[in-house]
Write a protein that binds this ligand. Structure first.
Ligand SMILES: [Zn+2]
Length: 112
């Protein structure tokens, strides 16, 4: 399962950070997930609850913030949000698009 491997990776980072800062209990974790990751937030939350059991994050709330896909046109420099996976410039219709956001996957912060 896609989400399980993601949560397992995030959890390792989270527990490492918690240990470094001598945190005893985590109440809330906010993660940023780019839309290109095709992650289902509900599945992520479910996995998180499972992985958190018995750790300092047991019972913590997972907040998933979805980051939209943004691209930059290599022809005219326009930056725009890509919706519906149409990789075409909204200004000049150019198709040489560099993705500048949407691939995020990290812990933004956590509250204790
Ligand atoms: Zn353009």
């Amino acid at each position: 399962m896609h989400e399980a491997s993601i949560v397992s990776g995030l959890m390792a980072i989270l527990l490492d950070q918690a240990a470094k800062h001598a945190v005893e209990h985590i109440r809330r974790v906010t993660v940023k997930v780019g839309r290109l990751r095709s992650v289902e937030p509900r599945a992520l939350v479910g996995c998180f609850e499972m992985f958190a059991e018995g750790t300092v994050a047991d019972g913590a709330e997972l907040v998933v913030e979805t980051v939209p896909i943004r691209g930059r046109c290599e022809d005219c420099g326009e930056e725009f949000e890509i919706s519906g996976f149409v990789f075409r410039c909204s200004r000049c219709q150019g198709s040489r698009i560099t993705v500048i956001s949407g691939e995020e996957l990290y812990i933004d912060n956590f509250e204790t």
